[in-house]
Design a protein around this ligand. Structure first.
Ligand SMILES: NC(=O)c1ccc[n+]([C@@H]2O[C@H](COP(=O)([O-])OP(=O)(O)OC[C@H]3O[C@@H](n4cnc5c(N)ncnc54)[C@H](O)[C@@H]3O)[C@@H](O)[C@H]2O)c1
Ligand SMILES: O=C(O)[C@H](O)COP(=O)(O)O
Length: 387
């Protein structure tokens, strides 16, 4: 029986996939696997028994990835599962950044008791007029699951789209419309674009990427959309840029006390992925990945361990080992198994950065004694008997 703890609400269509071999538990410390959305796990102690964390979503800055890897806990996310939800809200946001729809709606509501409201509207509507997005230049920074959908969709709405992503994957590049112009540098995006939308993860290198210096390179009145993460943008600098007119509008999915209510800021309550479709997609993907890991030892879409797939075990036993990516690990595993006179008919070993993962299929039942011997090897972080 596997114990699963949900830290945030996870869509039922995902949870319903768990078989009778799984039970939901209230306590994080009792869980073999944890499902989470945006809650921060940074302050939590990780029980040694925690096998997996699945982030039902894309961003994993709320999870201590290295601490999890050291604990032998595999962290998954669900790439692309909520990308369409974000794409659609970005399209809406471009339009609300161009036309004062919110200002107009709020003003009409304030006139609701006036019997002459229809006449008033015709007299005052010019105050809320705007511009169209057709023909304007849009810079998309980060061409992953979301950035690609955004770039292609806005190009179809007749925007001139520039894309920037020095780490673009081959798959992503195949999916990018040939009409998207490749920006060779961020400066090119800043110099050219009327609208900029950012779709990169929050990392040490992207934190604060929008600041005084970068705003200075942008066109006057540029409109910035942030559906990625709060701290990509330096709050004091965006407020100053809005006050000076350098930035015309800032639409952000991440309200905070410094930007809420500031003139020119449109704050959305982190709604990018809050559609029933995105929530369902993320939950299903997260649950499937957890089940495959717990039941078969396979890793798909991990952000701290390598992908590793041996399918379902057709041999007598299977042992899965989370370990450091250092020399001589494999030969120590195989010789430990060989000393027990056990044959290894199949195996796989993959690495990702400092960490690696090995699955050994064996021709005898995997015993706790054998698992313990492997656990003693320096550099091993966790050993699991899968079968
Ligand atoms: N608002 C929301 O509800 C919501 C929903 C989903 C994702 N997000 C955020 O959006 C981010 C992107 O999501 P995704 O699904 O597109 O992820 P993704 O991993 O598919 O794409 C991220 C892309 O950013 C690129 N990148 C990384 N560093 C870069 C840099 N310095 N300059 C340019 N490009 C860079 C990567 O190469 C990758 O192609 C997530 O990390 C998350 O923070 C927010
Ligand atoms: O990174 C993500 O997937 C989004 O920010 C969505 O977060 P949420 O699942 O808390 O809505």
């Amino acid at each position: 029986m596997f114990n699963v703890n949900c830290i945030n609400k996870i869509a039922n269509v995902g949870l319903d996939l768990f078989t009778d071999n799984y039970q939901m538990v209230e306590q994080f410390n009792d869980a073999d696997a944890v499902l989470v959305r945006s809650s921060s796990l940074h302050e939590l102690e990780l029980p040694k028994t925690l096998e997996a964390i699945a982030r039902a979503g894309a961003g994993v800055n709320n999870i201590p990835l290295e601490k999890c890897a050291e604990n032998g806990t595999v962290v998954f996310n669900t790439p692309g599962a909520n990308a369409n939800g974000v794409k659609e809200i970005v399209i809406a946001s471009l339009i609300i950044a161009s036309r004062d729809i919110f200002g107009g709606v709020n003003w009409v509501n304030s006139c609701k008791d006036d019997p002459e409201v229809a006449k008033l509207v015709e007299k005052n509507k010019a105050k809320f007029a705007g511009t169209e997005i057709k023909g304007k230049k849009l810079g998309v920074i980060g061409l992953g699951a979301i950035g690609i959908l955004v770039a292609n969709a806005l190009n179809k709405l007749d925007m001139e789209v520039y894309g920037y992503d020095p780490f673009i994957s081959v798959d992503a590049a195949w999916n990018l419309s040939k009409y998207i112009k490749q920006a060779k540098s961020l400066e090119e995006i800043y110099r050219e674009c009327d609208f900029i939308t950012v779709h990169v993860p929050l990392t040490d290198s992207t934190k604060g990427m929008f600041n005084k210096e970068t705003f200075a390179m942008m066109k006057d009145g540029v409109k910035l959309l942030n559906f990625s993460r709060d701290t990509l943008v330096i709050d004091d600098d965006i407020v100053e840029a809005l006050e000076s007119g350098k930035v015309g509008r800032y639409v952000t999915d991440f309200p905070n006390p410094k930007v809420c209510g500031v003139n020119g800021v449109i704050t959305v309550p982190h709604l990018g992925a809050s559609t029933s479709e995105s929530e369902d997609n993320c939950a299903v993907m997260a649950v499937r990945q957890i089940m495959d890991y717990l039941e078969n030892g396979n890793i798909k879409n991990s952000v701290n361990y390598p992908n590793c797939d041996m399918g379902v075990c057709n041999h007598v036993g299977r042992i899965a080992i989370n370990h450091r990516n250092i020399p001589n690990m494999l030969s120590q595993f195989t010789s430990t198994v060989a000393r027990e006179n056990i044959n290894i008919p199949d195996m796989i070993n993959k690495s990702k950065g400092k960490y690696a993962y090995t699955i050994l299929d064996i021709e005898s039942p995997a015993t706790p004694e054998l698992a313990n011997k492997i656990k003693q090897i320096d550099g091993v972080l966790k050993v699991r008997i899968i079968k």
